[in-house]
Ligand binder design. Structure first.
Ligand SMILES: Nc1nc2c(ncn2[C@@H]2O[C@H](COP(=O)(O)OP(=O)(O)OP(=O)(O)O)[C@@H](O)[C@H]2O)c(=O)[nH]1
Ligand SMILES: [Mg+2]
Length: 341
């Protein structure tokens, strides 16, 4: 028996009573270390329990210090907390939250972005908290000076035509500028759209020519600059494109990314084009993917606003400006889910 082993003294009118009290306090495995008959005829016993033998209810040992008991209470609280956390994790992995997040993951989001978006939406804080809109393409207040940049074939020229048609329908004066003078036929596409909509088109082969074209178009409400597509990993070529924009005050770049690319490709494209300091993301080809929430992945990760989107090949029909209801319904599918429920 060591000093660390719990022990205590008990008294009773009879030896039996003193021993029963010891067992009540220390449990049935209490061992009597010593017994005394007292002058008044009552009995006193010294009893103890070996470590590991105790079945005594916790916190009832008067011989133990307050520090021990506080430590025990602390461990007990900790166990309860761990149990509660385990319960929550199980609910998250199998409950309605997990279901909602899984639905968002199916729509093309990574688990972390799905979780972030679901958290804000489910707390009634709409995606405004994590997804910004605009980027200055709507042009309600200021003239629009926009260059569309992005990977090859992402839909820049088509989107320029869609945008131009929207602005024309809104009664704005529009001028187009083509800078893709390297590829055979690239300008033809833009020229055809300019002809159909009866819009002026300038051609700029370098930074100076672009500067002059922008000056000439100073009186137009809207100037849209088409650029050459660059591979999503062609950092040097994209940096050259940056040279074209250097010093062109007021000309904002908008990054056109196909929504049907996988997450990794979209991330790499964003990394490649971010040196152009885009003012917004403009996802296209939303019609070509079931992972419709994917544009939100780059928007959340980059913090860039979403401006407009392309949802098909038809010019100008398959196009729109982002709104939060559209994001909820068409990208996150939340209202659909609520309607289904
Ligand atoms: N399904 C679908 N197709 C689109 C969309 N936007 C563009 N396209 C198609 O994508 C193809 C490429 O479009 P372009 O506008 O030429 O793409 P680009 O980015 O200008 O291409 P480059 O100049 O070669 O880099 C065309 O066949 C378009 O019709 C869209 O929102 N949905
Ligand atoms: Mg093009």
């Amino acid at each position: 028996m060591t000093a660390a082993e719990p022990s205590a003294y008990f008294e009773g009118k009879t030896l039996r009573q003193a021993m029963r009290r010891a067992q009540e306090e220390l449990g049935p495995k209490a061992q009597m270390l010593d017994t005394w008959r007292q002058p008044d005829g009552s009995w006193r016993v010294h009893a103890a329990v070996r470590e590991g033998d105790s079945n005594r209810p916790e916190g009832k040992d008067p011989s133990r210090g307050a520090t021990d008991q506080a430590a025990e209470a602390f461990v007990r609280d900790l166990r309860q907390e761990v149990a509660e956390l385990r319960r929550l994790v199980t609910v998250m992995e199998t409950g309605p939250v997990a279901e909602a997040e899984a639905r968002l993951r199916k729509r093309g989001l990574s688990p972390s972005v799905a979780r972030v978006l679901w958290r804000v939406e489910s707390r009634g804080q709409p995606s405004e908290r994590v997804v910004k809109l605009s980027g200055g393409l709507r042009g309600e207040r200021a003239p629009v000076r926009a260059a569309l940049v992005g990977p090859t074939g992402s839909g820049k020229t088509t989107t320029i035509a869609k945008l131009a048609a929207r602005y024309v329908m809104a009664g704005k004066s529009v001028c187009l500028v083509g800078t893709d003078t390297f590829r055979i036929g690239a300008l033809d596409q833009l020229q055809q759209y300019a002809r159909i909509m009866d819009l002026p088109l300038s051609v700029a082969r370098d930074r100076d020519e672009l500067g002059r074209a922008l000056q000439r178009a100073a009186d137009y409400d809207v100037v849209l600059v088409d650029t050459i597509g660059r591979g999503g990993r062609a950092r040097e070529e994209v940096a050259e494109l940056g040279e074209l924009f250097r010093g062109q005050g007021g000309l904002r770049r908008h990054l056109v990314l196909p929504a049907n690319a996988d997450i990794e490709d979209a991330r790499v494209s964003y990394q490649t084009f971010r040196c152009l300091e885009p003012a917004s993301l403009l996802p296209t080809k939303l019609d070509e993917t079931v992972c419709r929430a994917r544009p939100l992945e780059v928007a959340v990760a980059s913090g860039l606003p979403l401006s407009a989107f392309g949802s098909g090949q038809r010019v100008p029909e398959d196009f729109g400006f982002f709104s939060y209801p559209m994001i909820r319904r068409q990208l996150l599918g939340l209202d659909e889910a609520e309607e289904d429920a």
